[in-house]
Design a protein around this ligand. Structure first.
Ligand code: NDP
Length: 278
């Protein structure tokens, strides 16, 4: 039987601490402001943006939302980002992905000023993470690291396995664990010996995007299991990448979905905005 890691509770604690910090900054005359850009009409993105602006409100950060038409040209998006880069009252900028295919998301991320890049997707911040330098780290891996820290889970010298190699989760996750001295293996759809790798893992982060992908017989007894997956089921509920009910009987620690990594992602965004204001 494992410890269920309560991301909701840890995220609340993070937000409470940030709220105090934001209030102190306000007393010194500094108002924190965050800009979020969405292009097109994506229902999942709308929910994410709503959660982010709700968290901003709770912490005391002003939030400006820019909802752009799906047919806009790249230049219009770049002009908006540049305008926000140049505004002294805006501390953080986030471009909600996905954006329509005719737009170049890499160029958009490159255009967000690194010091306002609270999502950590600008190559400057990605590079800093790789070099072990201080910068902005993508919110989901950062949230996972915070959760591991809150539960006093040893990382140094452990075999950590990340399943999934996306730029937003898998790759920065690999780097975060490596920077904490884990021996990290990253797996993807072309990995031929997945079972062999996961069976040997002390810590597994599943970021695959496939419901109940990680089964109990794929892990060793006592492994720490972090489930990043958010899979929407036909009945409207969400489910993670881990077969939670069975895996929890074998793991030492496990995150649930919902209530695990998801709330941490939003809390770490708030944390990055406060950091950007400094
Ligand atoms: P992507 O689809 O970009 O990446 C999925 C990764 O899984 C790819 O690297 C892919 O490999 C790998 N993969 C697919 N099938 C297999 C397989 N059979 N064996 C091993 N690896 C496989 O997803 P994201 O990284 O964007 O997201 C992953 C999940 O996390 C999703 O459910 C998403 O909704 C969720 N998410 C949750 C967040 C949160 O706040 N909790 C934040 C962001 C995402 P390959 O590269 O070879 O294709």
């Amino acid at each position: 039987m494992s410890v269920i890691m309560n991301g909701k509770e840890v995220a609340q604690k993070v937000r409470d601490e940030l709220k105090k910090e934001v209030s102190n900054l306000k007393d010194q005359g500094k108002i924190l402001k965050f800009a979020v850009i969405m292009v097109g009409d994506n229902s999942a993105s709308k929910i994410y943006i709503k959660n982010k602006s709700k968290a901003c409100e709770e912490v005391g950060i002003d939030c400006e939302e820019y909802i752009l038409d799906a047919n806009i040209q790249m230049q219009e998006l770049l002009d908006l980002i540049k305008k926000l880069n140049n505004r002294n009252d805006i501390h953080g900028i986030l471009l909600q992905s996905p954006i329509p295919k005719h737009l170049d998301i890499d160029e958009a991320f490159r255009t967000i000023a690194p010091e306002k890049d609270v999502d950590g997707f600008n190559p400057v911040n990605v590079g800093k993470l790789c070099l072990g330098q201080d910068g902005f780290i993508a919110c989901t891996p950062l949230g996972v690291m915070k959760l591991l820290e809150e539960y006093n889970i040893d990382i140094e010298g452990k075999n950590a396995v990340v399943i999934g190699r996306s730029n937003i989760v898998g790759k920065p996750m690999l780097q975060c664990l490596l920077n904490k001295n884990a021996t990290v293996t990253i797996c993807h759809s072309k990995t031929s010996n997945l079972l062999e790798v996961t069976k040997n893992a002390d810590i597994i982060v599943a970021a695959v995007g496939k419901e109940k992908f990680l089964k109990a017989d794929m892990i060793k007894d006592g492994a720490v299991i972090i489930d990043v997956g958010i899979n929407r089921l036909e009945n409207g509920t969400i489910c993670g990448d881990v077969d939670f009910e069975n895996v929890k009987e074998k793991a030492s620690y496990i995150t649930p979905v919902p209530g695990g990594v998801g709330p941490m992602t939003v809390a770490m965004l708030m944390s990055n905005i406060v950091k950007a204001s400094k």
